[in-house]
Design a protein around this ligand. Structure first.
Ligand code: KDG
Ligand code: MG
Length: 397
């Protein structure tokens, strides 16, 4: 079975998505997500200009060989653009292989290790009453685990929540105050626990805003509220920084949504400095690379927590769900449902029911792209916000 064609689809049904469609000479079609929020066209060009010409006439079944060919063959390794492009090819080829086998992808990954995939939803509000209302709304939708983000008194925006299409043509600029945040967050979780009791799994995303010692302080302050995890508490390019956090707190740690290879986790996993791996299939080289990463993590009792915001397309989401169902060291899956417009373009077979996701039984990954619908939504430039301290210094967003 040879690759006969490959097309890059850029569409904006409420937010931008980049999808690779691969077709084979016997008529099978596979899809891979290559969306890199705020830098979408760089990946589209990488694919169109440098990858698609290499794919034509290759054996569609040779997934590992194609992965190595694109990774080692480029000479220039790693990086979000390269790894998103490789991920799109990899997922499209797994989609094709599973369709050729007549099975949902999870069967090719070893079969189901569980009946459903525990998902967490997002609750956020400018103040405590809004936060509590938002948690109630997620629970009514069926979520059994909830990430809680809150506005900080004195700051205008709820931090870490970007507007997918700000339409200003430039990144929004936000203001940040670490000391105000550190004072406020424990009071939010105290109130949430008082309202909802001890059972509800609660998560919190720090969005890389603290130094290791500040992160250690927050982890300790949150211990009474028994968090499921504290996410991206400090930028982890400096992997050793997590040793300091770990020495001071038993709050579980999740890291890695901005990582793109297993190498970014080497120290973190080997020294058991984190509890959950946050990579997305879309940004970390696809199913092939993620499977290896999770198997390595399993040796150290580190679990999965695949990134699932709305800037991962339904194609990327579905690929993650097949892994979630198959691997032994599954932890939790982030799930932010897409808009109706997005689902008009991406037809999915995955389901969300009573707090649990399932990828469905359709052969392949179970998502198809309606190209006529995609063509109705032209690409619109959009950026993630940029963050500054009160004195104007650029800070992590
Ligand atoms: O593109 C950036 C988003 O994916 C990110 O802000 C979402 O932190 C995020 C999360 O945990 O979902
Ligand atoms: Mg995050």
């Amino acid at each position: 079975m040879r690759i006969a064609g490959a097309e890059v689809i850029v569409t904006c049904p409420g937010r931008n998505f980049v999808t690779l469609e691969i077709t084979t000479d016997d008529g099978l079609v596979g899809y891979g997500d290559a969306t890199l929020n705020g830098r979408e066209l760089a990946v589209a060009s990488y694919l169109r200009d440098h990858v698609v010409p290499l794919l034509i006439n290759r054996d569609a079944h040779k997934i590992e060989d194609t992965w190595q060919y694109l990774y080692r063959g480029a000479y220039w390794r790693r990086g979000p653009v390269t790894m998103a492009a490789i991920a799109a090819v990899d997922v499209a080829l797994w989609d094709i292989k599973a369709k050729a086998a007549g099975m949902p992808l999870y069967q090719l990954l070893g079969g189901a290790s569980r009946t459903g995939i525990m998902a967490y939803g997002h609750a956020s509000g400018r103040d405590l009453p809004e936060v509590l209302d938002s948690i109630r709304a997620r629970r009514e939708e069926g979520f059994r685990s909830i990430r809680v983000q809150s506005g900080v008194p004195g700051l205008d925006t709820i931090y870490g929540i970007g507007n997918p299409l700000d339409r200003t043509g430039l990144p929004n600029e936000e203001v940040w105050d670490t000391r105000a945040y550190l004072r406020h967050v424990p009071t939010v979780f105290e109130a949430v626990r008082n309202e909802f009791g001890p059972e509800l799994p609660l998560l919190h995303d720090v969005h890389h805003r603290l130094t290791p010692i500040q992160a250690a302080k927050l982890g300790k302050a949150l211990e009474p509220y028994d968090l499921f995890w504290m996410e991206d508490c400090t930028p982890a390019e400096n992997q050793e920084g997590l040793r300091l956090v770990r020495q001071h707190t038993t709050t579980p740690l999740a890291i890695g949504e901005v990582f793109n290879t297993a190498f970014d986790y080497q120290t973190l996993i080997r020294e058991q400095l984190i509890d959950y791996v946050r990579s997305a299939v879309t940004h970390t080289g696809g199913v092939t690379a993620m499977r290896k990463l999770f198997d390595h993590a399993a040796l150290y009792q580190v679990k999965s927590g695949i990134h699932g915001p709305t800037d991962i397309s339904p194609v990327g989401m579905a690929a993650g769900l097949h892994l979630d169902l198959a691997i032994h060291n599954f932890g939790i899956q982030e799930f932010a449902p897409h808009s109706a417009e997005t689902y008009e373009v991406f037809r999915r077979s995955y389901t969300f029911d009573d707090g649990y996701l399932h990828p469905g039984e359709t052969p392949g990954i179970g998502v198809t792209v309606d190209k006529d619908a995609a063509a109705k939504f032209d690409y619109e430039p959009a950026y993630l916000p940029v963050n500054r301290l009160r004195d104007g210094t650029v800070h992590d967003w």
